[in-house]
Design a protein around this ligand. Sequence first.
Ligand SMILES: Nc1nc2c(ncn2[C@@H]2O[C@H](COP(=O)(O)OP(=O)(O)O)[C@@H](O)[C@H]2O)c(=O)[nH]1
Ligand SMILES: [Mg+2]
Length: 309
Amino acid sequence: MTAPPDFGSGGFRSGFVTVVGRPNVGKSTLVNRFVGTKVAITSPRPQTTRTTIRGVRTSPTHQLVLLDTPGLHRPRTALGERTNERARATLSEVDVICFVVEANAPIGRGDRFISAMVQEVATPRILVVNKTDAASDAQVVEHLGRASEWLGDFEAFFPVSARSGEGVDALAADLESRLPEGPQYYPDGVVTDQAEMFIAAELLREQLLLVTHEEVPHSITVEVEPMDDDGDDRHHPDDVLRLQAVVRVERASQKGIVIGKGGALLKEAGTAARRELEALLGTRIYLETTVRVERNWQRRPQALDRLGY
Ligand SMILES: Nc1nc2c(ncn2[C@@H]2O[C@H](COP(=O)(O)OP(=O)(O)O)[C@@H](O)[C@H]2O)c(=O)[nH]1
Ligand SMILES: [Mg+2]
């Protein structure tokens, strides 16, 4: 007779891990790596992530639900205040906190600002030193040493490269070992809680972030909806998913920038986003894009409510 698999004293373990750290340290890249596919868009620009995104990693024995929070930072706009508050509230509600710093930059005020918040709650915390691929061994060792001195107490320390994947499995195993017994919240194969239309909007926003500069990236918000059926489907056979994307910017001058000369920039971004979405959803997509000006939407609470922030 073969023995059943040994799950320790109990059965399935599951729980929530929030990933925090200052903007650009690689939180979204790390969550994508945990999950194995892209659930959160990433970019070299700070504050790419605006809402909390869930990434799910499931094994036969464990389910880790990773919360990719927008970076905690000193807020300057109503949007900044909201994202900050949300990230803060989750700290005490999760099973483990993953606090991420980067190995290729000194630990600074931004890191200490967040670590102070992290130290306020009783939740177990792990320090992750990311971007080891971009730092020397000596830098990594120095960070691991400095971290406890400058950032407070942690249960464990993990050097990783979210980009190459080095160290990520060891980190995941440690996180799993800290989960309580619990249900499988998401079925096998589900890697995120995001709706398809939200992913579509984020993929287009990611493309626009790549090709815009200065204040424009921050002023962009994108909404995608299935297109109304106008009864004229001669050009759009049934196996094509028809989507309408509305790109909002804060000023008229930004509208021209996003559209580009002869519409070239928007068209290119739309095509790139459409291709990624087609691969992700496994269906052909027709994506129509328009740009509208919504004055100072980042500063107006009513606009934030309407846009879903
Ligand atoms: N070299 C290197 N770059 C990374 C790594 N992880 C993330 N990055 C880059 O750092 C930038 C910010 O990453 P992102 O995940 O958007 O950071 P977030 O703001 O903390 O979510 C992007 O350009 C990533 O490609 C890593 O392990 N090594
Ligand atoms: Mg992010």
